[in-house]
Design a binder for this molecule. Structure first.
Ligand SMILES: [Mg+2]
Length: 197
């Protein structure tokens, strides 16, 4: 990434593991749902009844539990104030549900210019939700960056052809992360973003 990139006018944020820390054990959840390596949401949607309803319920129970134990990452509040000050637009793009996202936004007093939950019907790792959010923010794709914590965030950013990608230090190293800028804290992220605002 170089300073030849245009000024940042919009940031596409992920929620879980990015803005808030949530105690998810995805390995355990995937094993229990028997997703066979497929992305969880598309896997669940591909099922027939009654398995579909049953497994959605299992996922939602895990999500509700993790959501109620979420905590905001240190320095995030300051980052959002900084972005407001610099007139950078923010979008939240999450595969989590509207119900859980409303809960988190209210709990941590968060607001975004655009919010897209899984109820929109387009999910990461598709680039579609990012492209829709960019359009809704009224900015160009080149003026945006993605902030996330998982390889789905990287895959979705690449699919949407958004080249500036910031990933909170992943627990597991994946080849996809080589294309992202790894950050370890909200302060470090703010410092990096400051170059382009
Ligand atoms: Mg995440």
């Amino acid at each position: 990434m170089t300073n030849r990139n245009p000024k940042l006018r919009g940031i596409l944020f992920d929620m879980d593991g990015t803005i808030v820390d949530v105690p998810y054990d995805w390995t355990k959840i995937r094993a229990e749902l028997k997703t066979q390596g497929k992305p969880v949401l598309s896997y669940l949607e591909s099922l027939s009844e009654p398995e579909k309803t049953h497994k959605w319920k299992i996922l939602e129970e895990y999500e509700d539990k993790a959501t109620s134990n979420a905590s905001m990452k240190k320095g995030m509040k300051a980052l959002f104030s900084f972005l407001k000050e610099k007139s950078v637009k923010t979008a939240l793009i999450t595969n989590n549900s509207e119900k859980n996202i409303s809960f988190l936004m209210e709990k941590f007093h968060l607001s975004f210019d655009v919010v897209m939950t899984r109820e929109t019907g387009v999910w990461k790792p598709s680039g579609e939700p990012f492209l829709l959010a960019v359009k809704k923010m009224g900015v160009n794709r080149e003026e945006c960056c993605v902030v996330g914590d998982s390889y789905f965030d990287v895959l979705a950013a690449k699919a949407a052809r958004i080249s500036r990608i910031f990933i909170f230090a992943p627990e597991e190293q994946r080849p996809e992360f080589l294309e992202a800028f790894i950050v370890h804290s909200a302060e470090e992220l703010r410092h990096q973003i400051d170059k382009w605002v």
